[in-house]
Structures are given as structure tokens and as C-alpha cells.
Ligand binder design. Structure first.
Ligand SMILES: [Zn+2]
Length: 137
């Protein structure tokens, strides 16, 4: 009985990733000249911005690893899509090497299948996603 009660409570709490992230960055002293890196986009931003967020999830998002979070609904802000690559005549690029980039970071790479499909590509900001195709094999 006690155990069940506890489980219910934990389901509404933040996951370990969010909790730890928050406990780390909310306790940092101000560092006006320091920069932090978003691991997903490869972009730097002022480190002190992290302290302005009210929870660990927003911090993790800014740092580019919110995809590892377990306590938020991932699909809400997240773009997760499979692409079909086609040439100008609409024919699929079968067995084509591709790379998906967000900014300078390669977030996925592989070879399309016979129907020109990529693997599922998951990223926070689909507007910044770039697909590059190398010559077919
Ligand atoms: Zn979380």
C-alpha cells in the first residue's frame, strides 16, 4: 500500500535527469563571462542563462540533452520523423548515403532503403534540420 502511494507520487515528479540538472546549475555562482554549449545544435550561449530557467527540463533543453528526459512527454516539442528522399522526378533515392544536420552537428547518418526512406530522425527543431545526400551506391 505504502509502496503504491510512493509510485504515484514519483510518476508526477521530475526524472533524475531533470532533478540532477537543476541541482547542478541552479547552484552555480554567477559566471558572466562563461559560455555553455548546446550539444544538439553546437551553439554556445551565456552560461548564466541556465540559472534563469525554473526547472531542470528547460536547462537540459538549453544544453541539448532534453531528449534523455523521462518525465516529460517527448512528442510534445519533439520532432521525430522519417523522410523519403526523392529526386526531382519523384523517384526515390534508394541506397543513397545521407546525413542529417542541425547546425554543424550531424544528428543522423545512414543509407536510405529501397524506397528512399531514412531512419527516424529525432531533433528538437525541425526547421533547422538539413539533409545532405551523397551519390547513390
Ligand atoms: Zn525529466
Amino acid at each position: 500500500m505504502e509502496q503504491q502511494k510512493q509510485d504515484e507520487t514519483e510518476g508526477k515528479e521530475e526524472c533524475q535527469l531533470c532533478r540532477i540538472t537543476y541541482s547542478i546549475y541552479s547552484n552555480f555562482p554567477p559566471m558572466p563571462s562563461a559560455m555553455a554549449l548546446n550539444a544538439e545544435t553546437g551553439e554556445w550561449f551565456p552560461f548564466d542563462r541556465l540559472k534563469s530557467y525554473s526547472n531542470g527540463y528547460e536547462m537540459a533543453e538549453a544544453l541539448g540533452y532534453a531528449w534523455a528526459c523521462d518525465c516529460r512527454e517527448r512528442s510534445r516539442n519533439r520532432f521525430d520523423e522519417q523522410f523519403v528522399l526523392r529526386d526531382r522526378k519523384g523517384r526515390p533515392f534508394a541506397n543513397a548515403r545521407y546525413r542529417a544536420r542541425v547546425g554543424l552537428n550531424v544528428v543522423a547518418s545512414g543509407v536510405t532503403d529501397a524506397a528512399g526512406r531514412t531512419q527516424r530522425i529525432s531533433t528538437k527543431d525541425a526547421r533547422r534540420l538539413t539533409l545532405e545526400i551523397s551519390a547513390g551506391v
